[in-house]
Design a protein around this ligand. Structure first.
Ligand SMILES: *Cc1c(COP(=O)(O)O)cnc(C)c1O
Length: 367
């Protein structure tokens, strides 16, 4: 049996209605900041429960522009997790600031206890990541942020629809970034990103920054950037946003089946604790496994496209050399990097494929 990681072909096998709307775009030629963008922004804000959503070019730009709007720049530091996708740190360096990495907990998310010791006089923001779709521990992070007067920007790129209690991620910080990249849970046909905020001032600033700082055709309010969500991608997004609940529910269902199938391998396999007050949306189904590299080879040999997200923590990447970190700085993230493995969990898996993954992991440990 084959269990592919990508599901894009199945997902877009029947796209007549999307293509019809794209044809309509060729008639309106409303290619930049067209009506579909405003419509998508409104739906997205409603979905997240924020006053505003601003469509931008990528998830990376969403975080970068959010930091710029908060005035983060050269000489500043932004605290983030050592184990995230590189784009989180890339957004910080694009703003001219320095990523200040901290260690993570058993949930693969920023360890709240590690945040305060990392604050220096140069710290300008805290950027927790809702990694894999699991909400970060926002209550203690917000407590430190408030006490120290620092804004929180959420990297929600992997976590659309995730909740803590009855609140969606993206509503905890002053602003948050989402990605619409093809591999994310709400995906378009190329790149796209969204920033959410309930601050009218930030919304205004972000709308300027994403479009050259133009107040109108002839007046430039600030020097900005060119990072708009394409109308074409907004058209795709307007179709896909209706499916977010179904996509999320299918991923959660698959994850539950994997959780229960692997539960009695405890000791060899460590699945993060599932807190019933939180909704993990399973962008990734990630766990720690003994003998990880051999397990990975075993699964790949059986046709299962398991992956490692990621084998090298950010502070040990060549790109981080000038930041002065060394091996041993973040022991939890470093240990996890040698033990984590990701199984496909997407909405197009069949029950048979999920059972086959469970059986394949069990066979590896049980012989
Ligand atoms: C995907 C991702 C991003 C960046 O999104 P792009 O749309 O690819 O630029 C940022 N942070 C995390 C955690 C991501 O997974």
């Amino acid at each position: 049996m084959r269990v592919p990681y990508s599901y894009l072909r199945e997902q877009f096998a029947d796209s007549e209605s999307i293509l019809r709307d794209i044809k309509g775009l060729l008639e309106s030629t409303d290619f930049t900041l067209g009506a579909a963008v405003a419509q998508f922004e409104e739906s997205f804000a409603q979905l997240c429960g924020t006053r505003h959503a601003i469509g931008v070019g990528t998830g990376t730009d969403a975080l970068f522009l959010a930091l710029k709007a908060l005035g983060v720049g050269p000489g500043d530091e932004v605290i983030t997790a050592a184990n995230t996708f590189i784009a989180t740190a890339g957004a910080i360096t694009a703003a001219g600031a320095r990523p200040a990495f901290v260690d993570v907990g058993d949930d693969f998310n920023l360890d709240p206890a590690a945040v305060e010791p990392a604050i220096t006089p140069r710290t300008r923001a805290i950027l927790p990541v809702h990694y894999a779709g699991q909400p970060a521990k926002m209550a203690p992070i917000l407590e430190v942020a408030k006490r120290r007067g620092l804004p929180v920007v959420e990297d929600a790129c992997q976590a659309i629809g995730a909740t803590i209690g009855d609140r969606l991620v993206g509503t905890f910080g002053v602003t948050a970034g989402f990605s619409l990249h093809p591999l994310k849970n709400l995906n378009v046909w190329g790149d796209g990103g969204v920033i959410v905020t309930s601050s009218d001032a930030l919304d205004g600033q972000l709308r300027l920054l994403r479009n050259h700082g133009l107040r109108n055709r002839d007046e430039v309010e600030v020097f900005g950037y060119n990072s708009r969500l394409d109308t074409l991608q907004a058209i795709v997004g307007n179709h896909l946003i209706k499916d977010v609940e179904a996509i999320t529910a299918a991923r959660i269902r698959n994850a539950r089946a994997l959780d229960s199938g692997l539960a009695d391998l405890a000791g060899r396999v460590r699945i993060p604790a599932r807190d019933p007050r939180e909704r993990h949306v399973f962008h990734l189904y990630m766990f720690e496994a003994d003998d990880r590299d051999r397990l990975l080879a075993h699964l790949v040999g059986r046709g299962i496209e398991a992956k490692i997200h990621y084998p090298v923590p950010l502070h040990l990447q060549p790109a981080s050399r000038r930041l002065g970190y060394k091996d041993g700085d973040f022991p939890v993230a470093e240990r996890q990097a040698t033990r984590i493995i990701t199984l496909p969990v997407h909405q197009h898996l069949t029950d048979d494929q999920v059972s086959y993954m469970v059986e394949s992991v069990r066979r590896f440990y049980r012989g």
